[in-house]
Ligand binder design. Structure first.
Ligand code: PGA
Length: 249
């Protein structure tokens, strides 16, 4: 499978910085002399259009960091999935732990977002993962398995969505699980998916949490890792480019 490298810029930067980064990646892509992975950048809402404008004729795609499941209506401050699609987004991150924590997003809401996104042709990137307490209590596999059951819609096809394993304790902390830990959880994810849909091997499963240029090659070489969801490092042109180049394709 062609790997995925996804940059989650979170709530960072200015318009000028977003444009500069996008232009920087475009420049590198144009000069690249090797096959590249799927590259997706997820800027914050106000910078989606300027970034999409810069990347419009390039293979780099753009995604939103979240969205409301309703098409339109009285939801002050929200942005709908169809609005993201309307401006040219192809992906949307759903259920990121920062949304679950700061916005009390339940599995019911996350599932509605995934269903609505698939319906309009946006590919959701579902984020799941255990807390440090859950890992210490030996419950990581149980938590991830439950999240898959409660967050995923009843029916979907392998190309509809991506799933990112992001242990909460790894996000922004500099701590990365061991290869064995990543493989154990992501192997379980693949196994659970195979029990639910045919062609499940084609659902891209990504790892996320403190990815950097040093750990990316080892993570990307793991059998169950089809790509990376990168936060902080995706804001650094040179280092993110190294992560992109660590992909097998
Ligand atoms: P990080 O964030 O790479 O900065 O740890 C990852 C994420 O939150 O998706």
């Amino acid at each position: 499978m062609q790997q995925y490298i996804i940059g989650n810029w979170k709530m960072n930067g200015t318009k000028a910085e977003a444009q500069k980064l996008a232009a920087g990646f475009l420049n590198r892509i144009q000069k690249a002399d090797r096959p590249l992975p799927h590259i997706v950048l997820c800027p914050s809402y106000p910078y989606l259009l300027p970034v999409i404008e810069i990347l419009k004729d390039s293979p780099i795609e753009v995604g939103g960091q979240d969205a409301h499941f309703e098409r339109s209506g009285a939801f002050t401050g929200d942005v709908s999935l169809s609005q993201l699609a309307d401006v040219g987004c192809k992906y949307v991150i759903v259920g990121h732990s920062e949304r679950r924590r700061h916005h009390q997003e339940s599995s019911g809401i996350i599932r509605k977002k995934i269903e609505a996104a698939i319906k309009i042709g946006l590919r959701p990137i579902l984020c799941i993962g255990e807390s440090v307490e859950e890992r210490k209590a030996g419950k990581a596999l149980h938590v991830v398995s439950n999240q898959l059951i409660s967050d995923l819609p009843n029916s979907f096809t392998p190309h509809d969505l991506l799933i990112a394993y992001e242990p909460l304790w790894a996000i922004g902390s500099g701590h990365v699980p061991t290869s064995e830990e990543v493989e154990e959880v992501m192997g379980l994810m693949k196994h659970e998916l195979s029990a639910r849909i045919s062609g499940s091997a084609l659902v891209p499963t990504l790892y996320g949490g403190s990815v950097n240029a040093q750990n990316a090659p080892d993570l990307l070489a793991l059998p169950h890792v089809d790509g990376l969801l990168v936060g902080g490092v995706s804001l650094k042109l040179d280092e993110f480019w190294e992560v992109i180049n660590a992909s097998e394709r």
